[in-house]
Design a protein around this ligand. Sequence first.
Ligand code: MN
Length: 505
Amino acid sequence: MKAYENMSIWMVAGSQHLYGDETLKLVRSHTEEIAGYLSSLDNIPAEIQYKGILTTPQEITDFCIRASADDHCAGVILWMHTFSPSKMWINGLKVITKPILHLHTQYNRDIPWGEIDMDFMNLNQSAHGDREHGYINTRMKIERKVVTGYWKDDKVHKGISSWIRAAAALKDIRGAKVARFGDNMRDVAVTEGDKVAAQIAFGFDVYGYGVGDLVARIKEVKEEQIDSLIKEYKEVYEIDKALLPGGSRHEELREAARLEAGIENFLVDGNFVAFTTTFEDLEGLRQLPGFACQRLMEKGYGFGAEGDWKTALLVRAMKVMGKGLSGGTSFMEDYTYHLDPANPMVLGAHMLEVCPTISGNEKVRLEIHPLGIGGKEDPVRLVFNVPEGDSVNASLIDMGNRFRLLVNEVYTVDITEKLPRLPVARVLWKPKPNLETASHAWILGGGAHHTGYSKQVTTEMLIDFCEMCCIEMVLIDDKTDISSFKKEVKWNDLYYTLKAFSGGV
Ligand code: MN
């Protein structure tokens, strides 16, 4: 069972007719064998379909048009087993709209020293056939992933797997809809952005709604839908006794369930994959719908608070990338620091809206407490810690002439303190290379306070995703130093400015 049953990857080999039918027969069977082998691996998350070999300009162009038009195809793997002159590829590469992975491998692992002859050399010449293919892609400035190595090596599978996960996210967001209840939070800059530019870069569209549209749907929620949610909560969470049926605050849990059901009905009917709320615009809602946001993220929706549609989309894309992997993905905010020089850390949380998929084996508690801001009735919320492990924080910002994804690799640490007066979901992490450098670089890079936080998505997947979308990606990891980082962001500014002048997006 693959994580992505609704898509496939198409694999072909480029060749030509110079070598005769016997050689082409072998090129075909080797390519089919490699596609079948890769497809059979548990850690390759989508089916890889062998689609033949391409030996003429017309075959290549036809393949690129078919792949682009096919709904099921999420990307193509290209390999030049023999030499495939790249002028044949120009017209095809001009029209292909699907992500490309150039697999630079070779059918045989070792040189057969005793038997090798010129026939063998002519058949197994990806060492230079793939160089010719690399040239034309580079010359045409085509973004693609190059994965290098023997096709049975784990490292190759890891590279392909990461790219497939990014391709699945791109397939999901192209044409996807984000629902935005209320506008941006007043005067906040980083959560704003150019939605037309976003649609050009990523393919998703943001639909704005007045909160009254949502309130109308919440009023329509049937009592049976609330009953069934309450039943589900009892099975999944450790519930505060007062919230249970018969308890003094049970009605408030029913109200929280009504909000969840109303928002979900709205999203399902409109075919939305992500949504935003804003606590400045809650007219007609009795509680801040934080618990509903937690629940809907758990079901796979992207979410951004305070009208942050970019982060909502990013969280959705990261959830799709991480599908089937352990760890979870959530909307997140860098909230407050622990600046002890011996052990500097960041406490991440939000008012309420953190996704329980990142809670690991930790028991998630369903509680109700007052909230200092928002001016509504006490909101129900899920409270939990997040277990230690490798994680990433990613922030999508609008730089005016392109989107930048800023990524920080962090290590999440167990929370050993009790935090008795902080009943919200919370995460504690140590950024790489250290808090001082990471926060310095993050601020220089213009990264938002809102992020997609993930324990299942890797830096490599995010790099692959940014390359597919042709957007900027800036990484803060254990190798980051401020002096180089400053130069990188300045050079990037120049690159994207020039790119815009030369007609790129
Ligand atoms: Mn926020």
